[in-house]
Design a protein around this ligand. Structure first.
Ligand code: ATP
Ligand code: MG
Length: 587
């Protein structure tokens, strides 16, 4: 292993764990029939798992995925890719109330768009936790029969009150020691719909005095008379996450179950359930193991499906794919490439310490991805007319500009130079500020790919607005000719010719929030919505830009831009992805 690879693996503690597990050979003899199931099913087929490890990405289909999920996707699918393993896409659809098929489909599309797949050795590893409801139910009966679970008749509040606190132990439920046969009977009736919501729960019988509150007889099943998007009204009892998740992992032969840090305290419970199921003979070693990493917190956004839902439902943004949202579809519409998101996830790496990642790191990943490949073009966002007074009327001549200056083999764009041009308002100052090298009376600049010109004057209206600027050109200074370097200038400005420039609509986006952590300490993030997060302007574009076979460009001196999905031939709409430089860095 080279030093660089060595550093790479030690940077990421999950890679280190996996490398140790593989080296120890303890994962070698796992059985995997290709169909999730308990050990009895895997034994019959007697196949050794060809995947070196199994990870999973387990979204709940209750919203659109966001950049935080992208991190988890890159970790789980990325590790599987790196170590010849398999990563399962598993819908954790055990809560009927908030889930639906629209979200399922959007998640499939998002993971595919990021460039990951779930096929391994011809197996399509896409699973639904709701397909395991029978198993979860059966295994719960087994726990009851073995005196590891009981039906509790206390209501939610009583259960909460008796749970104790971090300093005080909990109190045993009066139903804790009922005979297991009685619990079994009640559990079956519960499943058959004989009780209303909230009247009974199934609880694991662990230890009401455990220092870890999660171990104080956690609820495994509750009654919910709700229709589920896949199982319909078949079930009226639904498993809790902490019961469902270890079972899902074990049924699928997951080796490394990677989740975010808030589940750290649940790891003992995860292990307790799996140990008991192993003791009963349902699962066998090696059991899945849970590992935690710190979730992604990104500045100037909210990454919680619930908060994103509020922004969408209450109309603060234009849908789930609004380019200001950190949803994967919002980022896609904004112009982020799958590669830039994967690069970002690689750069922020994986650790166990919570931190806030600055949004500029995501932006830089996009710039780094596109710089070498993006087609260049010129756009003028705030047009101001420039007249070259000594240039002949009704004359045009062609100018050439590289498609991408990093690779001249890609060829050249061409456009006309004429007497009347557009420049950007920002590129002229009547009274120049210090260190301003662009156009002002008496100054010389190069019109990029064209000529060196000298500003000779300007015209204002009675309100003081600049209407047009005048200049004279130096005929032997055209870019690409021998005379190009004859006159040295400090300023280099972009322009378009008046008759050719194509009018377009451009959306200029800024952060959706005015504060780096809009939901800090329970703040209502709605109060910090940036009223200027979207500005729509009419602008001018280099001719033929739209006709080229690309949809993402670098507009010279401005940044990266992409055609919007609502763009039509009549109304061309372009989104600014990111400026060329980080505008938030203070000079
Ligand atoms: P949300 O609060 O947005 O609903 P969640 O964790 O409830 O997030 P799930 O659909 O349950 O969303 O998450 C699927 C996977 O993505 C989980 O393994 C979860 O840990 C991971 N994940 C979610 N948010 C982040 C984040 N900000 N950073 C890293 N991983 C995340
Ligand atoms: Mg959730």
């Amino acid at each position: 292993m080279t030093t660089i690879e060595n550093n790479m693996s030690s940077q990421n503690f999950l890679r280190r764990i996996i490398e140790e597990d593989i080296a120890s050979r303890k994962l070698d003899k796992r059985l995997w029939s290709g169909i999730p199931g308990p050990i009895s099913l895997q034994k019959n087929i007697n196949e050794i798992d060809l995947a070196s490890i199994r990870t999973r990405f387990p979204p709940e289909p209750n919203g659109y995925l966001h950049i935080g999920h992208a991190k988890s996707i890159c970790i789980n699918f990325g590790l599987a890719e790196q170590y010849n393993g398999a990563c399962h896409l598993r819908f954790d659809d055990t809560n009927p109330d908030k889930e639906n098929i629209e979200y399922v489909e959007s998640i499939i599309e998002a993971v595919k768009w990021l460039g990951f797949g779930w096929y391994n050795n011809k197996r399509n590893n896409i699973y639904f936790a709701s397909d395991y409801f029978n198993y979860m139910y059966e295994f719960a009966e087994e726990l009851i029969k073995n005196n590891y679970a009981y039906i509790d008749e206390q209501n939610d509040n009583e259960i909460k009150d008796n749970r104790g606190t971090l300093t005080a132990p909990g109190i045993d439920s009066p139903w804790r020691n009922r005979h297991f046969e009685e619990s079994l009977l009640l559990f079956r009736k519960m499943k058959d719909g004989e009780y209303p919501n909230g009247s009974l729960v199934l609880r694991a019988k662990i230890d009401m005095r455990s220092p870890n509150i999660n171990m104080r007889d956690p609820v495994m099943y509750r009654i919910r008379h709700s229709s589920h998007h896949r199982t319909g009204s078949k079930w009226c009892i639904y498993p809790m996450y902490s019961w469902a998740h270890p079972i899902e992992d074990a049924l699928e032969g997951i080796t490394h179950s990677i989740c975010t840090l808030e589940f750290e305290d649940q790891r003992s419970l995860y292990n307790w359930f799996l140990e008991k199921l192993k003791e009963i003979g349902i699962f066998a070693d090696p059991l899945p193991h849970q590992y935690e990493f710190s979730r992604l917190n990104l500045s100037y956004v909210v990454t919680s499906k619930r908060k994103l839902l509020t922004l969408v439902k209450e109309g603060y943004v234009d849908g789930w794919d609004d380019p200001r949202l950190p949803t994967i579809f919002g980022l896609r519409r904004r112009g982020y490439t799958p590669r830039s998101i994967r690069l970002f996830c690689e750069r922020i790496s994986v650790s166990k310490s919570d931190s806030l990642i600055d949004y500029s790191i995501l932006e830089q990943a996009l710039r780094d991805d596109l710089d070498l490949i993006a087609t260049r073009a010129i756009a003028i966002l705030n047009p101001l007319k420039l007249i070259i007074t000594n240039y002949p009327n009704n004359h045009s001549e062609i100018c050439y500009a590289p498609i991408n200056h990093h690779d001249k083999n890609l060829g050249y764009r061409s456009f006309f130079f004429q007497k009347e041009l557009w420049i950007d308002e920002d590129d002229f100052q009547e009274n120049p500020q210090k260190n301003y090298f662009r156009l002002f009376p008496g100054n010389l600049v190069r019109l990029k790919y064209g000529y060196v010109v000298k500003c000779t004057g300007y015209k204002k209206d009675e309100k003081g607005n600049i209407l047009e600027v005048y200049a004279e050109y130096f005929p032997d200074t055209k870019s690409g000719t021998d005379g190009a370097n004859k006159i040295k200038v400090k300023g280099n400005i972009t322009w378009l010719c008046l008759t050719e420039a194509q009018p377009v609509t451009i959306n200029l986006y800024e952060h959706l929030f005015t504060k780096p952590i809009p939901d800090n300490e329970g703040n209502n993030f709605i109060n910090y919505i940036n009223p200027n997060s979207k500005k729509t302007i009419r602008a001018l574009l280099e001719p033929d830009t739209i006709n080229r076979d690309v949809k993402t460009w670098q507009f010279e001196r401005l940044g990266y831009f992409i055609i919007d999905k609502d763009s039509t031939n009549e109304n061309i709409i372009i989104n600014r992805i990111v400026t060329l430089k980080d505008s938030y860095i203070k000079n």
